[in-house]
Design a protein around this ligand. Structure first.
Ligand code: GLC
Length: 569
């Protein structure tokens, strides 16, 4: 038994919002906080009770706000601190919690700390960042080491007219903060406390895995990329000091407050490592977001593959979800999600635009009844899918793609393949403009939005049409969420031991809970028919995405993306 489901987030259904793309209230083509406020009645009706907002702080927006230039100011496109206060109050009136994404691994190069650090070698701000002399080789000044950044190319950017470089593990406009500096850490605690005092219910802590670096800054001896840089992410991932920093953060910021902190650890952590961060006894964070189930098909680096060659790895998905369940159940809380703002749209990743309706409903059902706190990416509830562009340049709205495309070109990958790859995998798709209606600009704004719309908003992939259709994806979501939030169901999902049924079935994701209730989910993750043997006695079918049931002699015939939520005897 898991005795620890006493926190509000153990009863929460999260909903992730990209503020710039959700709803424009002041007709400038950019989404804003007032726009989100105006959509709270919708969100309440949908049934979610926890919102997570991507960064809302002032930013030059090279990385969708993850490049903060002033933590104490709201991005003017989004509004002011008063709009944030109104949004907090609006959420709380409706029983919705609000958490903010707080990127503390780096700032924008336009942050005043960084400006000061560059301008004055004696400024205390100099040590807020990693600024180092380049390596002199003959007549050349080269970066201090050969580490590659996540966004392609070197981790170091030269400071113009000097021999100095600064470290950036992400984009070159995002210098990394030096967490080994205690004065910097104090600044960070002040910022975090300010927002908690304002009433937000916690944070997603961006890129926490990378807070501590290998301060020797020695070259990596691993094999090099074509541009000479080396992907040796261990040099700045999950280093022991990270835990000390997070403990201190907890001590100064979150301890004693009923707030949720979710560290983003990407694919850099095993469940065992994660436990040191999130265990109920002394973990400094409440949860971590991992990436292990977000890319379980062969789309990563799939430049040579046609779209129909990409296949969901159902076996791996089951293993990965269960690995985290087995590692954390009874010891720590776990957030669940399929796809977030860093990957393609869920429907395009694991579902099918041909079977939009069936696959969207199927994917929700799997996620919702696994152990953990589910987080839905806005737009999933109507089956929004990837954007499709004809030019590589169109993807540069996400600036990180510039350096990535440059390194792919250096590696000899053709533009045709790069374009196909971007259409399949680019994270811009999951940040696309919310599709509210068939009206002009999808009801997002009265003006052309800052990024091109997905034209399927005129074809039924919009909130208004789906609200009016009782069989829509949206209505399925609403019904399923309402059911999932019932006390006994929640108790069963969070407490009832979870097991996979037929773990080796290559097409079907099926599991059961044996707790206060006995529940089973059976989901065909394929665009073709498959069969599934099932021997337990079925009391009721609670969710299903086809009009009739094909079940005979203990065998389900499961049509493309068919799913059941069953109540068992
Ligand atoms: C995180 C964010 C991602 C961002 C990166 C740098 O991984 O999720 O969107 O680009 O950090 O801040």
């Amino acid at each position: 038994m898991n005795d620890n489901i006493s926190h509000w987030w153990d009863h929460a259904i999260g909903y992730m919002i990209c503020p710039v793309s959700y709803q424009d209230s002041n007709h400038d083509g950019y989404g804003d906080l007032e726009g989100i406020l105006s959509r709270l009645p919708y969100l309440q009706e949908l049934g979610i009770n926890l919102i997570y907002l991507m960064p809302i702080f002032d930013s030059p927006f090279f990385d969708c706000g993850y490049d903060v230039s002033d933590y104490m100011k709201i991005n003017p496109h989004f509004g002011t601190i008063y709009d944030l206060k109104a949004l907090i109050a609006g959420c709380h009136e409706r029983g919705i919690r609000l958490i903010l994404d707080l990127p503390l691994n780096h700032t924008s190069n336009q942050h005043v700390w960084f400006q000061e650090a560059l301008a004055d070698p004696y400024s205390p701000k100099r040590d807020y960042y990693y600024i180092r002399e380049g390596k002199v080789v003959g007549n050349e000044i080269l970066p201090p080491n050969n580490w590659a950044s996540f966004f392609g190319g070197s981790c170091w950017e030269r400071v113009p007219n000097t021999n100095l470089y600064y470290l950036h593990v992400f984009g070159k406009t995002m210098p990394d903060l030096n967490w080994s500096n205690p004065a910097l850490r104090q600044e960070i605690y002040r910022i975090a406390n300010y927002y908690l005092d304002l009433g937000v219910d916690g944070f997603r802590l961006d890129a926490v895995s990378h807070l501590a670096k290998d301060l020797s800054f020695e070259d990596s001896s691993k094999p090099a990329n074509p541009d000479g840089t080396v992907d040796d992410y261990d040099r700045f991932s999950n280093r022991p000091e990270m835990l000390d920093y997070l403990r201190e953060f907890d001590e100064h910021v979150t301890k004693g407050r009923d707030v949720l902190t979710i560290g983003e650890v990407g694919d850099f952590m095993t469940p065992t490592q994660a436990l040191s961060l999130v265990n109920y006894k002394d973990g400094p964070l409440r949860m971590v977001f991992n990436f292990d189930t977000a890319f379980d098909n062969d789309s990563v680096d799939s430049f040579d593959k046609a779209d129909d060659e990409i296949k969901t790895d159902v076996l791996s998905l089951k293993r990965n979800f269960m690995r985290w369940y087995d590692g954390l159940y009874g010891k720590a809380d776990l957030p669940l999600y399929w796809c977030n703002h860093d990957g393609p749209r869920l429907l395009s990743q694991y579902g099918s635009t041909k079977y939009r309706d069936e696959s969207a409903k199927m994917l929700l059902t799997i996620l919702l009844f696994l152990y953990g706190t589910p987080f839905l990416q806005y737009g999933e509830e109507i089956g929004m899918s990837n954007l499709h562009f004809d030019r590589i340049d169109d993807f540069y709205i996400d600036d990180s793609k510039r350096s990535e495309v440059a390194s792919w070109r250096k590696a000899g990958i053709s533009d045709d393949k790069i374009l196909r790859y971007l259409n399949r995998t680019a994270r811009l798709s999951s940040r696309s403009v919310m599709q509210w209606s068939k009206q002009a600009y999808a009801g997002f704004s009265s003006r052309p939005p800052y990024m091109p719309l997905n034209h399927n908003y005129t074809e039924g992939v919009d909130i208004a049409s789906q609200m009016a259709d009782p069989y829509s994806i949206l209505n399925f979501y609403q019904y399923a969420i309402l059911y999932r939030r019932q006390a006994l169901v929640n108790d069963t999902v969070m407490n009832g031991p979870l097991s996979i049924i037929d773990p080796k079935h290559p097409d079907v994701f099926a599991y059961r809970h044996d707790g206060p209730m006995r529940l089973a989910v059976i989901a065909n993750m394929r665009p073709y028919t498959t069969y599934f043997s099932f021997y337990s006695d079925i009391k009721d079918i609670k969710l299903h995405n086809y009009g009739d049931v094909l079940f005979q002699d203990h065998v389900f015939t499961l049509r493309p993306f068919e799913v059941f939520l069953l109540i068992l005897q």
